[in-house]
Design a protein around this ligand. Sequence first.
Ligand code: ADP
Ligand code: MG
Length: 358
Amino acid sequence: MASVSLQKLDKSYGALHIVKEIDLDIADGEFVVLVGPSGCGKSTTLRMIAGLEEISGGQVLIGDRVVNKLPPRARDIAMVFQDYALYPHKTVGENMAFGLKVRGVAKDEAAARLREAAEMLGISHLLDRRPGQLSGGQRQRVAMGRALVRRPQVFLFDEPLSNLDAKLRGEVRTEIKRLHQTMGTTIIYVTHDQVEAMTLADRIVILRNGVIEQVGTPDEVYNHPHSVFVGGFIGSPSMNFTKARVSGNRIILDEENSLPLATGRPRNTVVSEGQEVLVGLRPEHFAPLQEGSVELTVTVQIVEPLGSDTLIHFKLGNSSVTARMPPDFRAASGQKVTIGVNPAKLHLFDIASEKVLK
Ligand code: ADP
Ligand code: MG
C-alpha cells in the first residue's frame, strides 16, 4: 500500500489546457473518488498517475517516489477500465493470471493468488470460461480480479461500472466497497456519477474544467458545498437555486414567500441590506409544514409519485423548484399548497462568483 501525491500536476494537449496544476494528497489506504462532468479531465488525471499519459508539468509521487518518468509497469499500480479490456481467446483464469506470468511470479504463488481473488469476487466457478460466455457483471469482476491478483500498491478505477445496468451497478459498487474494507489498499476511482462518489469515497474530489473545485468527505461536500457547482452536482434530485433579496432579517423569495436569515446555517453570513443572493435548497429539505419549518405557499405544477416518496415541482421566484415530499403526499396540478422548508438547511451563494457566502 502507498500514499499518492499530486503536486501541481498539469496537462496540455497543444494549446488545450486540460488539467490545471492539481494538488492532492491521498493517504495510504484511502478511497478517493474523482468526480465531475464528462470532459473535465478525470481520466487524463488518472492516466497520468498510471503512467499511460505523459505529464506536462508537476509531479506524481507514489509512496515517497517521484514516478513521473517511470513506465506504468514500474509504478506498482493496477488499473480497471470501463471496457474491461479482457483477452477474448484466453479463459477467465488465464486473463486473471496473465499479468503475473509476464511479471515472473512463480506458478504456485500465481495459482494461490488466483484462487483467493476468484473466491473474493465469487467467480471461482467461471475460471475456465471465456469472456464471451460471461455477463457484463461477471466480466467486470474478472477485470477486477486481474487487478487484485497483482496486489499493487494502488488501485486505479476509471468508470468501472458504466457498462452495467442499474441493478448490477449497485451490486458491484457494494462489492468494491467491501473489497476496499477487506484489503485496505489505496484506491483512486474516477466516475461522473455522484451517487458512486458519495457511496464509495472516504474523500471526494470534485473536478471542473481541470481544476479541483472542492475536496471533502461525502458529508462535507453534501452539507457544505463551497460553490453553486458543487451544490448542484452532489445530491439527487439536484439542489434548487433561486435568486432572492435580503431585506431586514429575511430573504425575500417572491411576493408570498421569504426565509429567515438569522436561524440556522447562514448565521455568520455576511450579506448587506438589499443584496441579491442565490438561495440553494435541497429537495429533501422540504416537507409538510411542521414545527420548526418555515411556511411556503406554492402552486404545484407537476406531481411525480415515486413510491418511496413524491416529487413535486413548483415555481419559487423565477425558478422551477423540486421538493421531495412523503410517499402519500398528493396534490392536483395548479393547486395552491402550504409546505415547510427547514431553514437550517438553507445555502446562500454570491450571485457573481457563485461561491458560498460565509
Ligand atoms: P473525463 O474523463 O473527465 O471525461 P478526459 O480526461 O478524458 O475527461 O478528457 C478531458 C479533456 O481532454 C476532454 O475535453 C478531451 O476531449 C480532451 N482530450 C483527452 N485526450 C486528448 C488528446 N489525446 N488530445 C486532445 N485532447 C484530448
Ligand atoms: Mg473519462
